[in-house]
Design a protein around this ligand. Structure first.
Ligand code: F6R
Ligand code: MG
Ligand code: MG
Length: 370
């Protein structure tokens, strides 16, 4: 059976600042999806990470489907009404347009979609991150799909060892979405040269070369590439990306995809979207705290049969990840100890709120040549 997974994620208001959505808002989003989704969707899951609500839908209508995207949009609108009634902070924040126009891309919410013929058993992962940007997934994806130091499946399994084709988007190109395809292992160094720049080059999708050779459905990964700042023209929060990953057989195993998240690599985001902080893998439903962060990512594993979802398994809810969280908390503390200095904050072009630019412009006039 051909099925489509659509994950759409948005911040529509949260309790106590940018911490977490209220139970009432999450419940209203779920009800609205159920009411509007009758006869349209097969199944759904609603969750939250930090201040963002994620809607996962299964259906048979393909990607970028107007009715599916509208369902999520309307549900977020319904949730926003409750958020406003409760006085939540930033109610409706990520709904950047007054009206829905055919497709949710470019309207604010983060989207990741996968369409494929279901395997007899179909495992997949939904990653949701908060207080960071889409490029935060670059390193874990490179390591899981192209580096045998992290994914020994690349040398153990002939199918996985055939390699993968990455589609990478230049998200800073103002004339439209510029993409490039690179295949590993041959082009691994070219890929690394792009993916080191998380703010500009973002993995959009990854396909299995073994599956392509066998004419099977090849897409393993779909990532959101939205940059809210480019849409809104001002700071409205970081992009808090969502990602879907199919695992096992021709694709990396679930544990191989998760492994690189043990690094807690430094990403852009954190307080006011203007800092550098380590990405902490957290349990589903975790809010944010220390310095509006640290940047967090959660991951739910599902199986799928005829479009019906199992209950989710929270894969970062495990003693191993408690130890990782301790280490990442230490990294977060260490970089915060140096406050505004050097590597703790982002380069000029990525600083939000305009305050630094304003201040520098003012000071510039007071410099004199000696
Ligand atoms: C990060 C984020 C927060 C806010 C900060 C100030 O994505 O949303 O760190 O930038 O709490 O928020 P405002 O400007 O709304 O007071
Ligand atoms: Mg927010
Ligand atoms: Mg958020």
């Amino acid at each position: 059976m051909e099925v489509t997974l659509t994950a759409i994620k948005a911040d529509i208001g949260s309790i106590g600042g940018h911490v977490a959505p209220s139970k009432a808002v999450i419940a209203r989003v779920g009800e609205a999806v159920d009411e509007g989704g009758k006869g349209l969707i097969i199944d759904r899951f609603i969750g939250h990470t930090g201040d963002d609500i994620a809607i996962l839908l299964t259906h048979d209508r393909g990607t970028k489907d107007e009715r599916i995207h509208r369902l999520a949009w309307d549900a977020f609108q319904e949730g926003t009404t409750v958020a406003k009634r409760q006085g939540l902070y930033g109610a409706g924040q990520d709904l950047l347009s007054d009206a829905f126009s055919g497709n949710i891309h470019g309207l604010g919410p983060a989207v990741a979609e996968l369409r494929f013929n279901e395997r007899p058993n179909e495992p997949f992962l939904m990653f949701t991150a908060d207080k960071t940007e889409p490029g935060a997934y670059n390193l874990p994806l490179y390591l899981a799909f192209a580096d045998p130091m992290y994914n020994t499946g690349l040398i153990l399994s002939p199918a996985v060892g055939r390699g993968f084709t990455f589609t990478v988007m230049d998200v800073e190109n103002l004339d439209g979405d510029r993409v490039i395809e690179l295949s590993t292992p041959e082009e691994a160094y070219d890929l690394a040269a792009l993916l080191r720049d998380n703010g500009r080059f973002v993995v959009e999708s990854i396909r299995s070369r073994a599956a392509a050779a066998a004419s099977a459905d090849e897409q393993a990964v779909s990532c959101c590439t939205t940059r809210l700042r480019n849409i809104a023209g001002r700071y409205v929060g970081k992009d808090d990306p969502v990602m879907l990953v199919r695992t096992q057989k021709n694709f990396p195993a679930t544990g191989e995809v998760l492994g690189p998240f043990g690094i807690g690599h430094f990403v852009a985001g954190f307080m006011r979207g203007s800092h550098v902080g380590p990405l902490m893998p957290v349990k589903a439903g975790t809010g944010v705290s220390f310095f509006d962060g640290p940047p967090i990512v959660s991951c739910l594993a599902f199986s799928l049969r005829e479009g019906k979802l199992t209950e989710p398994c929270d894969v970062f809810d495990h003693p191993y990840w408690d130890w990782v969280r301790e280490n990442v908390a230490r990294k977060a503390h260490d970089i915060r100890a140096q406050g505004f200095s050097g590597a703790a904050m982002l380069p000029y072009a990525d600083l939000e709120y305009g305050g630094i630019t304003e201040r520098m412009n003012k000071l510039d006039k007071r410099f004199c040549i000696r």
